[in-house]
Design a protein around this ligand. Structure first.
Ligand SMILES: Nc1nc2c(ncn2[C@@H]2O[C@H](COP(=O)(O)OP(=O)(O)OP(=O)(O)O)[C@@H](O)[C@H]2O)c(=O)[nH]1
Ligand SMILES: [Mg+2]
Length: 386
């Protein structure tokens, strides 16, 4: 699942890490640079000295490995080495240690600036966009990373883990928009009226059937309302699911007022002790002025407990626009993302959550009645970063 998003996030994290971890120029050039003229070694301090490395004449020729030799206490180092050692000679041990420590510190610790992070993100941006992660989400992740990294001494050895962790937190903050528990909610209010909304073909009717099945498995009693009186065969489609799942469906004629169908269903549910009313509606966009007005009326008249937006995850970046439109139209309480089983990108999940700051209840994982999974923000983030 989410293979493409996973691949692109991995690439992004690796690319950010690689850039942070890139050694400082001083270390790269060290073997080719002649060392500074050294102070003569102190004879009274026995220890290791190094044979001078040959300085390659051609820059592309790799330097010869530096070999360490033991020097015995009685050896008079200056006398022994002075005539043989050509310039340059490395500094004695005490000096050398300090020098290397300084080099190491320059390489392993690097204070990042905002500008560094902007540069680091340039490559990753297109990767994430291709996985349907909206620009605004990328920007949020970038700013979040800046907050966490900028101006800090980041150890080179821990840079990968640090960035991975910062990404993980940023992604979690994006997708974790609280949670809703239908079963708990139904214990407090009966019937719990849920109206399903969304674009044409996003998976509303299929989702209603799958949620009904989920509730039946929890020993709860849902009633279906055929609120899509607009599209040909929409009522029959819901009735078909009703038959399969042995569920009652409240319906009117095609062209009837959708708000009235749902109103009748709620009254019926109240009278018959149903736990839920799951109301279908016609697919629409905000440019369908009549359908938009109809949806507003459905919500005004019935005051549903939950307005559940069903979004086809395959619509990619359009998903964000759809989520915004419906949220502005009537206010969305929760989201179901469908067709996740056939969507490797997964970025639209992040984008929708970020755009409307509403929780994802379920994800659709196929066309069968049981192909519905509860959405877990933590699991999602782990999956895409594993
Ligand atoms: N693979 C897959 N297909 C799905 C999923 N959810 C829905 N579908 C399919 O998407 C198509 C449209 O689903 P519907 O439930 O009819 O969508 P709708 O939003 O009610 O459509 P309209 O009523 O026309 O607006 C159907 O063929 C479904 O089987 C899912 O999670 N995975
Ligand atoms: Mg439908």
């Amino acid at each position: 699942m989410f293979d493409s998003l996973k691949k692109r996030l991995k690439k992004s994290v690796e690319s950010l890490t690689r850039k942070i971890s890139r050694p400082a120029p001083a270390e790269k050039k060290r073997p080719k640079k002649p060392a500074k003229p050294a102070k003569p070694p102190k004879p009274e301090r026995p220890g290791k000295i190094r044979k001078p490395a040959k300085i390659p004449e051609k820059p592309e020729k790799p330097p010869e490995p530096i070999e360490e030799i033991e020097v015995k206490e009685e050896v008079q180092v200056p006398e022994l080495e002075a005539p043989e050692i050509p310039e340059p000679v490395e500094a004695p041990k005490k000096e050398k240690r300090g020098f290397f420590r300084r080099i190491r510190e320059r390489v392993t610790e690097k204070a990042l600036t905002d500008k560094d992070i902007d540069e680091l993100f340039q490559e990753s941006e297109s990767e994430l966009l291709q996985a349907n992660v909206a620009l605004e989400v990328i920007d949020f992740l970038k700013q979040d990373l800046k907050k966490k990294l900028a101006g800090r001494q980041v150890k080179r050895s821990g840079a990968g883990e640090f960035i991975r962790k910062a990404f993980e937190e940023g992604l979690l903050e994006t997708v974790d928009q609280g949670s809703l528990n239908l079963v708990k909610m139904a214990r407090k209010k009966k019937p719990l009226t849920c109206v399903f909304l969304g674009f044409n073909g996003s998976g509303k009717t299929t989702t209603i059937a799958r949620i009904a099945r989920y509730l039946q498995n929890k020993k709860l009693k849902p009633l279906l309302a055929a609120g899509d009186t607009f599209r040909a065969a929409a009522i029959e489609q819901l009735e078909h699911h009703g038959e399969k799942l042995k569920l009652k469906v409240i319906k009117h004629q095609y062209g009837a007022d959708s708000a009235a169908v749902i109103y009748d269903a709620v009254r019926h549910a109240e009278g018959q002790g149903y736990d839920f009313v799951l109301a279908d509606t016609a697919g629409r966009t905000h440019v369908d002025k009549n359908l938009a007005d109809e949806l507003k009326k459905v919500c005004r008249v019935n005051k549903p407990d939950l307005k559940i937006l069903v979004v086809d995850s395959l619509t990619g970046n359009d998903a964000v626009e759809q989520a915004r439109e419906f949220n502005e139209m009537v206010g969305v309480d929760a989201v179901v993302m469908t067709k996740v089983d056939v969507n490797t990108k997964g970025g639209s999940i992040l984008s929708v959550c970020y755009a409307i700051k509403k929780p994802i209840l379920f994800i659709g994982m196929g066309q069968g009645y049981d192909d519905l999974e509860m959405f877990s923000p933590g699991k999602f983030v782990k999956q895409v970063l594993e």
